[in-house]
Write a protein that binds this ligand. Structure first.
Ligand SMILES: [Zn+2]
Length: 62
């Protein structure tokens, strides 16, 4: 329907975490530049919340 709408980067957050939402069919998935990806959501708002939660509390990395 409409072009990709990327979540704008949040200034001052994290080092290399920049989570955005992408659409997969009728689902939306949050993905991050660190390689993290959230679960498939039926609502883009939910995926956006996943992205926000990830940037607020990114997983520990070795
Ligand atoms: Zn990340």
């Amino acid at each position: 329907m409409h072009a990709h709408h990327q979540t704008p980067a949040v200034p001052g957050v994290g080092d290399h975490h920049n989570a955005t939402t992408t659409e997969r069919g009728s689902f939306a998935v949050a993905r991050c530049t660190c390689g993290w990806a959230g679960p498939a959501r039926r609502s883009r708002d939910r995926a956006r919340l996943d992205a926000a939660a990830h940037m607020a509390a990114p997983p520990e990395r070795p």
